[in-house]
Design a protein around this ligand. Structure first.
Ligand code: UDP
Length: 254
């Protein structure tokens, strides 16, 4: 049986049919480190308000989030939603902020990293970022998320034989989680982590919000400012829809 290093230990935040592992960033890194001791292809997902909304409409995505090894609470929306339900999220844990710590842990253990996702050329720039700042990490696989550098069957074969401890998959929600779920039995990695826009940030293609805005839990406003046409529905409408879902759950409980 596959053990679940994160799930077995953590307290849970229960929200809209999801069970989020209520961990600090350090605890999340500990749980991740425990995963690459084996080759069980643990799946790790992050859930923000948008993800929770998508999961209400997509039972397969909801199932995947519920069945992964680790499901982490990402963003101020989820924190607010939990608070409305009388629960406390201990820390915002998202892939982008976790990434330097993850590379540090991999470097300390001589671990290896695979990068799958984003437009052609972007994952290669993330590999350069890793090699420059964390030379102890072996980057063993790099491919874009449109399979232009290599076709999907070749990519799957290359991952399986690459001795990859951690595979980051950045193809957007919910495609990346579904891709991992579909293929993880054959990936032969320690952990597959769905990371959304992480490659765009570390490649320098999309600037991140200033730290003060992130500390206020308002990074989404900066993303909205950068891509209003694509993201207004997700953030403006989506935040209202999320809170409406949460209040409905609260009424049902009360
Ligand atoms: N992406 C990809 N393949 C696809 C669609 C998207 O690799 O078929 C990439 C896209 O280039 C971006 C990443 O997925 O780098 C995340 O996209 P988005 O910002 O929509 O992420 P989300 O916020 O939905 O997680």
């Amino acid at each position: 049986m596959v053990t679940n290093p994160g799930r077995s230990r953590a307290a849970k935040v229960r929200l809209l049919g999801l069970e989020l592992d209520n961990l600090t960033n350090q605890q999340a890194l500990d749980a991740l480190s425990a995963m690459w001791a084996d080759r069980h292809s643990h799946q790790v997902n992050f859930v923000n308000a948008h993800c929770a909304n998508v999961a209400q409409e997509d039972p397969d995505y909801l199932r995947i989030l519920r069945s992964g090894s680790l499901c982490l609470a990402d963003g101020s929306g989820v924190r607010l939603g939990a608070r409305l339900l009388g629960q406390n999220v201990v820390e915002n844990v998202n892939g982008t902020d976790l990434f330097p710590g993850l590379c540090q842990r991999l470097s300390e253990s001589g671990g290896s990293l695979g990068l799958l996702g984003a437009k052609p050329g972007i994952a290669g720039k993330v590999a350069d970022w890793v090699r420059e700042r964390h030379p102890g990490v072996r980057v063993v696989f790099v491919c874009d998320g449109y399979f232009q550098a290599m076709d999907e069957p070749s990519a799957l074969r290359a991952i399986a034989t690459s001795d990859c401890d951690v595979l980051l998959v950045a193809m957007g929600v919910p495609a990346q989680e579904k891709w991992l779920d579909r293929h993880r039995q054959n990936l032969n990695v320690g952990a597959g982590i769905a990371v959304g826009g992480l490659f765009d940030f570390y490649s320098g293609s999309i600037p991140r919000a200033p730290l003060w805005l992130r500390r206020l839990g308002m990074e989404w406003t900066y993303r909205l400012y950068q891509e209003p046409r694509r993201l207004w529905r997700r953030y403006v409408l989506g935040n209202f829809v999320f809170i409406a879902h949460v209040l409905r759950q609260r009424r049902r409980k009360g």
